[in-house]
Design a binder for this molecule. Structure first.
Ligand code: SAJ
Length: 401
């Protein structure tokens, strides 16, 4: 098969390389010229364990090429971002402009029999929209081109393993689309392949991330309740989780990344009256960084000129991804408030990447009056607790216990 992958980010690039190493001829397309050049030279522009090795072997085999322009092929996979934007007073409306642009870009290259797969996490009805865009500009392709939603479900940090092992949902507009998509995913996916219609597939993916968001909100709300009552939240959760049917997630400084903090809004936008719990959970999680900042302010008020040490900047542990990171938002806000001297450190973030300087962990642990743990990176879990006994500690992740 010849496969065109539109978008070479965290999903498109691993998928394109995986398909190429399974013997397909793959053309990866991206609007970013630097990404295209980097990939063609066998390197990567994003950080994900083992992805560099996979991309290098895919490029060296001759099966993976990157370009700014698509070509004709058998299957087209759309893996572009679906963020939100403000529309008609709704600040969190889905922004489908990248999906629409990618679809319009492939339209001239489509032939009868082609399959178009939407992998981007999308609001209900987007696969139908993609099909409509195609047949509106090429009416002769009506009924001749197939479309399906096959949502990506991989966890950043474990993308390559999950790409192969996770079960995969396929929601085609037609039976033929489902069968064609199944054959493609079978070539690299060991998980079960589950067929449904496009709208159910779209909602299932949104529901997965909303489920996680609601459960994290529950944990975050518990952390605020426990703080109010002077009870240890980590112990409370650990004890409650000993019940055979209770499994509470972990509180943190807020929910980051480009998925969990975004996707629930697509459900809220589609069903604003009905999605009450999902909306509230989003608000609970979005409020958590402000709560942490208030805690720091209250502790800082006890010092004349406090040194505040912030541990961690990424959106979760042991990755280098800063997108929508609550830890980074908190540090930026503390810098803006200028309530003391701020030392921030993150072993996974390159110095010079941010607008403020990073401090070495050793210096933060030595100089800080107040330590604010924001990300539970492995390095922080190894901190000798005796060495920080004299400090005020705000541990948003329960890593310094
Ligand atoms: N978090 C907590 N407490 C927890 C778990 C997570 O505060 O107990 C926070 C993290 O620190 C982070 C945020 O939630 O800030 C999101 O992290 P995550 O590990 O839950 O998820 P992502 O965004 O890295 O990836 C999710 C995954 N979805 C689910 O687990 C249902 C992944 O499988 C999806 O493919 C991905 O979203 C996506 O692309 O949609």
């Amino acid at each position: 098969q010849k496969i065109i992958v539109m978008g070479l980010g965290y999903i498109g690039l691993p998928t394109a390389s995986m398909l190429a190493t399974k013997g397909h001829q793959v053309l990866g397309v991206d609007v970013n010229k630097d990404a295209v050049e980097t990939i063609n030279s066998g390197h990567i522009h994003i950080v994900e364990p083992d992805l560099d090795v996979l991309v290098r072997s895919a490029v060296n085999s001759g099966n993976l090429k990157a370009s700014k322009e698509p070509e004709e092929g058998d299957t087209f996979i759309i893996a572009v971002p679906t963020p939100f934007k403000e529309v008609d007073g709704n600040p969190k409306a889905p922004d489908l402009s990248y999906v629409e642009a990618a679809t319009r870009t492939i339209v001239p290259y489509l032939r009868p029999g082609n399959l178009v797969i939407l992998e981007s996490t999308s609001p209900v009805g987007t696969t139908e929209l993609v099909y409509r865009i195609i047949v509106e500009s090429r009416p002769e392709l009506e009924g001749e081109v197939h479309a399906a939603h096959c949502p990506e479900r991989v966890l950043p940090g474990h993308i390559l393993r999950e790409l192969v092992d996770n079960d995969r949902i396929i929601g085609g507009l037609t039976k033929a689309a489902n069968e064609q998509a199944r054959a493609l995913y079978k070539s690299f996916c060991n998980g079960a392949i589950l067929l449904t219609d496009s709208r159910t597939a779209e909602l299932s993916k949104l529901v997965e991330n909303s489920f996680r968001d609601v459960n994290i909100a529950f944990a975050n709300e518990l952390s605020v309740i426990c703080d109010h009552l002077g009870i240890n939240v980590w112990e409370t959760i650990a004890l409650a989780n000993r019940h055979p049917r209770v499994n509470i997630l972990q509180p943190g400084p807020g929910v980051g990344g480009h998925c969990i903090a975004v996707d629930p809004w697509f459900i809220v936008s589609s069903a604003p009256q009905q999605a009450r719990l999902i909306r509230t959970a989003r608000q609970v999680n979005d409020d958590k960084p402000h709560w942490v900042i208030e805690k720091v302010k209250a502790k800082a008020a006890r010092f004349k000129s406090p040194v505040i040490g912030c541990l961690g900047l990424t959106f979760k542990a042991n990755i280098d991804d800063l997108r929508e990171s609550p830890a980074l938002d908190i540090v930026r806000e503390l810098l803006r408030l200028n309530i003391g001297q701020l030392l921030a450190c993150d072993p996974n973030v390159q110095p010079g990447k941010l607008e403020f300087a990073l401090a070495p962990l050793k210096q933060v642990l030595k100089d800080a009056d107040i330590l604010v743990l924001l990300v539970d990176h492995g390095e922080f879990k190894e901190i000798d607790l005796d060495s920080i006994r004299d400090k005020v500690v705000i541990d948003t992740r329960g890593a310094l216990r």
